[in-house]
Ligand binder design. Sequence first.
Ligand code: PEP
Ligand code: MG
Length: 580
Amino acid sequence: MERLQGIAVSPGIAIGEALVLDNEGFRIPRRFLPRDAVEEELIRLNGAFEAAIAEVEHNRQQVADQLGDEYAAIFSAHLQMLRDRRLHEEIEEMICGRHYSPEYAVSRALRRYAKVFQSLEGNYMAERANDIFDIEKRLLRNLLGRAREELSTITSPVLVLAHNLTPSETANLNPRFALGFVTEIGGPGSHTAIVAEGLGIPAVVGIGPFLTDVSGGDTVIIDGDQGQIILHPDEETLARYRHEVEDQRSLAAKLESLRELPAVTRDGQRISLMGNIEFPYEVQQCQERGADGIGLYRTEFIYLGRDDDPTEEHHFEAYSRVVQSMKDKPVIMRTLDLGADKMRSLPGPEDERNPVLGLRSIRFALRNRDLFRTQLRAILRASSLGDVQIMFPLITTIMELRQARMVLADVMEDLEEAGVEFDRELKVGMMVEVPSAVMMMDRFVEEVDFFSIGTNDLIQYCLAVDRSNKDVANLYTAADPAVIRMIEQAVSVANAHHVPISMCGQMCGNPIYTMLLLGLGIRRFSVTPAAVPEIKRVCRSVTIDQCQGVAEHVSKLESARATRAYLKEELTKVFPELPL
Ligand code: PEP
Ligand code: MG
């Protein structure tokens, strides 16, 4: 059994068969064979070896003709390996003796060799490991007879283990079959992580290299609460996790009973609990969980999987679906937040070395006016169908906000002239996700109808830590005292000026922080739909007085570790049975 630690990005436990995708998306479909299939499968294996040898010979010949023999020599190592008798015997033994499928046996044997090379020092050895992966891929391609596995077409339940998944690959996962995923790279605030939370499947990222230790079909456990993956679990561990899955099911059933009840603290303070969505279909999840509205619609996800710009009609169609389904509940549409790790297929500056500090978000929108205006027209048209509000992302300076508002006013004028219906009084707000916005809150209060704190970015920019980088993930935490002070400052200025302020970053979907945030004066939360019931439960179990005491205590702490430990302790006092 092997237990590996990564970064927990979406909670829950998943137990099942691994689907291992390497950088090229190969999948090994089957682990065991029926006894009477062994002969046939050995023939298939030999066929794959022969085809692979013929391919490499062909490549060698081509390179020799074009570049000369010395360049062609690089293929010799591959041929030597493919002809190695011991390797053949080892694979055949797995097929005959253990009834492994040829795909599984090839993968297991070659990954074992690759691992030995990887454990040796030096670039030369690492290159040899890559050669072995190359051979594995070639053999698998011949055995499987096709190249890339389409994640959207998985038809049996699996746990997806991959080097990396892009936000669009993640969004394509069907949660009925993809029960969870783990990636070697990726950080805590990446958009892949956000999409996983939206899908409501357990996910762990940033585990580091581990795909050589596992083969398709192996039983694995993903512990999305602790950020762990357990390979080859023993019976005792499996039994313990199965028990935990049962506990989670009964907790979910208990939370279900809260659906129709309001989020009100024990001393009568009504809390607004809204949902974050990326796609129109998530509205249903918000309704099922009793959300008070959509507090953050990440509209940029409309770009996912498309090469061209969406038209005004594409935007309008998506928005009107959301607004009409939510009836008269508020829908806060954040204007396009493109750039950084989101939808990079769009043309952008070529020499952007720090995309997170570059032409992203509102900056990108203001430089691409046509695209921005198209979206604003669609939002405004949708505003005639319900309670639509507009929110600008990543506002850094007052001038930037004013420019965005000017574009909006201009689009409004156009619509008015054309006699198109829209809500002239629609509320306009901004996200608070850059320290400069916090520092200038007393000026921003004059210019917007509401604020929403985006902690995912605020943490990144406050602590100078890339939200997508696993190597600095230990520094990326909402529990850092500097982050908490930023939030406190933003909330107290907004509250003093009676400008509504909410929070929509991942922080407020984590129950550990609920008491602190209530104590700091936040009364509106927007969380991933799956988190609505749990946050509601915390709100309904505490008093504002008690939460202010918690915030008071936290303000005296000096480290993220102490803050987290204290907040866990306080939450455990409220829910002794909660697994933390
Ligand atoms: C945030 O930064 O907290 C936020 C909600 O926006 P996103 O995660 O989409 O950047
Ligand atoms: Mg953000």
